[in-house]
Design a protein around this ligand. Structure first.
Ligand code: PAF
Length: 284
């Protein structure tokens, strides 16, 4: 596995890969790798891509300095794990290379309006501008590629897809299903910060999604089922919504067919999210 720190070598390596007639499979991460990230690598390898996995804890997507400081950094373990699953190029750029002017506010920012302002965007102002800006830069340096994102961050995938479409970026976005622990909790680098009790509380998020996915009913009925499930766990609920799977706008009881359930909550100071597909139908 090649380990690259500088932007020039990363760009050249991607270019050389394409010159050999191969597809670059980009797996953007912030490190603290877990099975959810490895599923992205497996998906890229299954398609025969040459896998470039990036690790960069992007300060511009954290509103809260304490949250950024607490974010797990486990580079040595990440490197071993990346190698063990067949990553070809591990890209670990420095803050200086990625954002030479950080933290000045004269920096270019990519803001996907609408999609980036609701749900997580409402609770974490500036978050998706930080994500879209860094992902745009990862795409710019890598060049034409397939890029893999986990569906656990459903809104993030929607924002990235919209950006790719609007800016005609030469990137094929592939989303990979949520990976869960045996108890149902969606894998996240933040789960490690939960106590045993917090983890039990956090399970209410996946239970809420399961309660909405279990049946076909009007949006308000599914929303109420999710909220009841979350209320039982006494966690701090940020939102529990049934939305249009493409626009992420809340749906009313007239809507029918495929929709998405999204929830977010705070457990022991850790913000967690989950989501899943649901079907809107008549009251049973
Ligand atoms: O999902 C993440 O880990 C991050 O938001 C991403 C896409 C790597 C951008 O920093």
């Amino acid at each position: 596995m090649e380990v690259v720190h500088d932007l020039g070598r990363w760009r050249d390596s991607a270019q050389a890969t394409r010159a050999r007639g191969r597809v670059v499979g980009l797996v953007p991460t912030m490190g603290a790798l877990h099975e959810g990230h490895l599923a992205l690598v497996h998906a890229a390898r299954e398609r025969g891509d040459v896998v470039f996995l990036t690790i960069f804890v992007n300060p511009r997507q954290f509103g809260d300095a304490a949250d950024l400081a607490r974010y797990p950094r486990t580079l040595e373990a990440d490197q071993a794990l990346a190698e063990s699953v067949g990553v070809d190029v591990l890209v670990v750029p420095s803050l200086d290379e990625m954002w030479p002017d950080y933290p000045r506010d004269t920096m270019t920012s990519v803001h996907v309006t609408g999609l980036g302002d609701v749900l997580e965007g409402e609770g974490r102002p500036g978050h998706f501008a930080g994500v879209a800006s860094v992902v745009a830069k990862l795409f710019a340096v890598t060049g034409p590629c397939r890029a893999y994102f986990g569906e656990k961050d459903y809104q993030q995938v929607a924002v990235v897809r919209q950006m790719v479409r609007d800016l005609a970026l030469p990137v094929d976005v592939v989303d990979v299903p949520v990976v869960r622990d045996a108890d149902g909790l969606a894998l996240s680098s933040r789960n490690g910060r939960l106590s045993a009790h917090g983890r039990v509380q956090a399970l209410a998020l996946s239970r809420a999604i399961a309660s909405a996915a279990r049946r076909s009913a009007p949006a308000s009925v599914l929303r109420a089922a999710m909220r009841a499930e979350l209320a039982r766990a006494e966690l701090e609920v940020a939102y529990a919504e049934i939305v249009d799977p493409l626009t992420l706008q809340p749906l009313d009881d007239g809507a029918r067919g495929a929709a998405r359930a999204l929830v977010a909550g705070v457990v022991e100071g850790v913000r967690l999210i989950d989501n899943g597909p649901v079907t809107l139908g008549q009251e049973e």
